[in-house]
Design a protein around this ligand. Structure first.
Ligand code: ADP
Ligand code: MG
Ligand code: MG
Length: 882
């Protein structure tokens, strides 16, 4: 049985790009539809694999190529190596387009005889010689491995001898000179004469294109774009058409719509009297396609019509390569156009309005990840900027502000009304207030999943991480990059979408949901089953997420409210209190503050559910850093020894000593697994009681003002049903008390986070006490893998991912096989006890498309994510349901 090694463009019934490559499949498709494609054939990717094994074409392949050439000869009435001569291009074409990464040879089939035949046929010797010299140069470069520069040098030399500047000005005799010198170069470099036999040329070129699959730039491109090395490339052999036959000829590239803005109308460029690579090579400046209307009106109208046909046929925007030979238009390539996020949305909506695609298709066309680009303030694309360094684009959006080097400085300056950037070597959870205060964050260490990045993304703040060319000196508050030195207070900008660090201020454009994006998301809402809520801790975030289409708050973290500058002293007083009275005094101050917080958030989310999680982190997170405290205490101790009479120093010292003692007492070896969540609630009930009271009093107050608040109380870190049982009892007591005091009845479900494996394993039990579950997959991932996130991401996780030990970072993409099993089991167990148990997820995974798809499959009711990711989640949830 013979294997098929060749498919004529007119032979493939159902063109498959994995067999024919993208280019070959589309050439076949266009041929089938009857569009003007120069005839040719495709050697499939399977031949690439066969070739790679032995590094040559088999006899069987060669024979089939010879037969295929014969068919083309018949179709076009030309002869390969004969008169009139058939010339071909030999073009690469991978299943997934890798623009410019592999090689192409044009004008193949020329030799000393056929060049004369071509000259005679066209009545244009200069043209024939121009093709010949291009051919030798391309073949020499691509097939024989002689660097193109060597040929360019000869060309330049002949031009200067002739006293001309451009290739166009060279005469036929000049070109003949170039050709004979090219041949000498080839012979000197390879030890052999330039191959004259067209089939020898053809087989060598096909082999070279197969080999170009493994050239270094193609390998790098595949790695970056996650294209499997195993795909291989196809080779297309196609009859040449000539854009370099005079002023009624030309070549160009066009998009059926603007790929940057999405605007309607063909968008592209062309060059008169030029061939192939001239347009991209930038030798001459191409003309906008609109000029073609004046220069060649007929061709222009035909081309526009073909663009429409292609777009209608493929039902998407196309990127088209074309050539005009003496007034005849030929299509040489079409593919789905790459586009910006803005264009993707606009085009998807427009195609629905034009009746080309349906709504579901439009929803599936936009990558949720791309939406990220649209939802943060962005650098004005027209601004001229001075880039001093580039780091990892950790959180998109642009921000400008004065440089601050500590979280405290950031907060102080921000309070006095300045816009600040927080610049740190790395950030720790203690910097949270600085991050909160800053417009954006820049670090010299840490990766895309470092603390700074995670927190910044969660808050929708721009962030650049791992910008290792920055030398940050926190002590003298200076920042050095190469020659540039910047100090605290200097103006700096970051572009978190590209990782660029920019000196000075930059003009920003504010994000909003464009009309088209709203439309698309509207359609997505009609398709999705999953609810989408937001993780919001402030009324502003709640409002923003509501504008972005959130159906409620899935996670309101009360600890962020404790971090605000004016609260920290009161919170510290609460923690440090030695007596119940002291503590109650602090709680009495905190109560109205919290009540105000909850009032604002519940008001912003009026009528929609708001899940409020009671205090979660270990208490010492609110206290000063132990090491700093030790240093300060030592310093004060020394000073007071010298200055025994100074009362101020003495009292400072005693305060510092007391603080140090408490911080030491509260210090934990492993706070992540320590005294936090409901464990605090059970051992320090007065803190949770205060929070619950604040929630209920805010609820009553809102009802009094005519609102419809829908609070839900969530108990964190439950591992045993008894923990929840007791917490619920406490909530119930406070509820009855507040109802009695206010006269309003308060409706508030109580549920729990599922974030330790034991909770998932005993979900059926826990559901007896829980009216809803929310999977806290950040902690659940930590506790399931047994990773401490901060340590894992800094130390070994990226090596695990790069080295392929883990397929991806489980803190970014939910680990479906492990953590996901606990989610599935917990959901199933919970619903066994309580069939209509509401189940959501509120880890960072709630805003990641693959994890969202998993949640949909697993039957969760909703995902909750940061406000800026709400639109993305709406889209991803719809795609999951399609
Ligand atoms: P790439 O994948 O790098 O775009 P192509 O195989 O598309 O490489 O070839 C590059 C250019 O060469 C095309 O855009 C076209 O202008 C020109 N070209 C290729 N084949 C032919 C042909 N048969 N006739 C005329 N020009 C061609
Ligand atoms: Mg191309
Ligand atoms: Mg947690």
């Amino acid at each position: 049985m013979t294997t098929v090694w060749v498919y004529g463009f007119d032979q493939a019934a159902e063109p498959d790009k994995y067999v024919l490559g993208g280019k070959g499949a589309n050439l076949a498709e266009m041929t089938r539809v009857g569009l003007p494609v120069p005839p040719g054939f495709t050697i499939p990717t399977s031949a690439c694999h066969a070739y790679q094994k032995v590094n040559q074409l088999t006899e069987e392949m060669k024979q089939q190529v010879i037969d295929a050439i014969a068919r083309v000869e018949e179709t076009v009435g030309r002869k390969f190596g004969g008169n009139p001569p058939l010339l071909v291009s030999v073009r690469s074409g991978a299943p997934i387009s890798m623009p410019g990464m592999m090689d192409t040879v044009l004008n193949l089939g020329l030799n000393d005889h056929t060049v004369e035949a071509l000259a005679e046929e066209m009545g244009n010797r200069r043209f024939a010689l121009d093709c010949h010299r291009r051919f030798i140069q391309m073949f020499g470069d691509v097939v024989l491995g002689i660097h193109s520069i060597r040929f360019e040098q000869i060309l330049d030399d002949v031009k200067s001898i002739a006293g001309v500047k451009t290739d166009q000005e060279l005469t036929a005799d000049d070109l003949a000179q170039v050709i004979s010198r090219y041949k000498v170069l080839v012979e000197r470099e390879t030890g052999e004469a330039f191959p004259e036999d067209p089939f020898t040329q053809l087989f060598m070129a096909i082999g070279a294109v197969f080999s170009s699959w493994d050239n270094p730039r193609a390998k790098v491109y595949r790695k970056v774009h996650e294209i499997p090395d195993s795909l291989g490339t196809a080779v297309n052999v196609q009859t040449m058409v000539f854009g370099n036959l005079g002023d009624d000829s030309g070549t160009g590239v066009a998009f059926t719509r603007n790929p940057s803005t999405g605007a309607r109308g063909v968008f592209g460029e062309y060059l008169i009297n030029a061939q192939g690579e001239d347009v991209v090579a930038g030798i001459r400046t191409p003309q906008p396609i609109a000029h073609l209307r004046d220069e060649m009106p007929e061709v222009y109208h035909q081309f526009i019509e073909l663009c429409n046909t292609l777009e209608q046929h493929y039902k998407d925007v196309q990127d088209i390569e074309f050539t005009i030979q003496q007034g005849h238009l030929y299509l040489l390539q079409t593919r789905t156009a790459k586009r910006t996020a803005e264009a993707a949305v606009k085009i998807a909506v427009a195609l629905v309005e034009e009746g080309v695609i349906d709504r579901a298709t439009a929803v599936s066309r936009v990558d949720p990840d791309q939406l990220d680009q649209l939802l943060h303030p962005r650098l004005d694309p027209n601004a001229k900027v001075q880039v001093i360094a580039t780091g990892l684009p950790a959180s998109p959006g642009a921000a400008s502000g004065v440089i601050t080097f500590t979280a405290d400085d950031a907060e102080t300056r921000a309070q006095s009304g300045e816009r600040v950037l927080l610049v740190r070597a790395e950030t720790t959870p203690e910097d949270i207030h600085g991050i909160l205060a800053a417009e954006g964050i820049l670090t010299s260490r840490g990766g895309m999943t470092s603390h700074a990045a995670v927190v910044a993304r969660g808050m929708g703040k721009p962030c650049i991480c791992g910008c290792d060319s920055l030398q940050i000196d926190t002590v003298s508050k200076m920042l050095r990059v190469g020659e540039t030195v910047l100090r605290e207070g200097d103006l700096l900008s970051i572009d978190g979408g590209t990782g660029r660090v920019i000196v000075g201020d930059v003009p920003l454009t504010q994000p909003e949901l464009s009309e088209e994006l709203n439309q698309l998301l509207d359609w997505a809402d009609g398709i999705r089953r999953l609810g989408v809520r937001a993780n919001a801790d402030t009324p502003e975030d709640a409002l923003k997420s509501r504008q972005f289409g959130a159906g409620g708050v899935g996670l309101c973290r009360t600890e962020h409210m404790f971090m605000a500058a004016d609260r920290v002293p009161v919170v510290q007083q609460m923690i440090l209190a030695e007596t119940p009275i002291d503590r109650q005094d602090a709680l009495d101050q905190l109560l109205p503050m919290q009540q105000g917080d909850f009032y604002g958030i519940l008001q912003a989310m009026d009528g929609l559910p708001v899940t409020i999680r009671l205090l979660d982190p270990p208490l010492h997170e609110f206290l000063p850093n132990l090491e700093k405290l030790i240093a300060r205490e030592a310093m004060l101790r020394e000073r007071s020894a010298w200055d025994l009479d100074n009362e101020e120093t003495q009292s400072d010292l005693s305060a510092a000593t007391q603080m140090l003692r408490r911080v030491r007492e509260l210090h934990e070896q492993n706070p992540m697994l320590g005294h936090r969540g409901c464990r605090l609630g059970l051992t320090h009930p007065e803190v949770y009681e205060m929070q619950v009271r604040a929630i209920f009093q805010a609820t009553a107050e809102l009802q009094q003002h005519g609102y419809t608040p829908k609070p839900e109380i969530m108990i964190p870190l439950v591992g045993h049903v008894e923990e929840l049982h007791r917490m619920r009892k406490m909530v119930e007591e406070v509820r009855q008390a507040v109802e009695g005091e206010t006269g309003f009845s308060i409706n508030c479900p109580v549920g729990t986070m599922i974030e330790v494996p034991r909770a998932a394993l005993t979900a059926a039990e826990i559901a007896k006490e829980a009216e809803f579950f929310s999977f806290g997959t950040n902690d659940l991932t930590q506790t399931t893998f047994g990773y401490s996130r901060d340590d894992a991401e800094g130390k070994f996780l990226h090596q695990y991912v790069d080295g392929g030990i883990l397929p991806q970072n489980p803190f970014q993409v939910l680990d479906a096989d492990g953590v996901g099993q606990l989610v599935a089991m917990g959901t199933e167990g919970g619903r066994r006890t309580r069939p209509n148990l509401k189940v959501g997820i509120c880890g960072e995974h709630g805003g990641e498309k693959r994890s969202i798809a998993f949640c949909d499959e697993t039957g969760l009711d909703y995902v909750s994510c940061s406000p800026f990711r709400v639109p993305l989640a709406r889209l991803a949830a719809a795609q999951a349901a399609l």
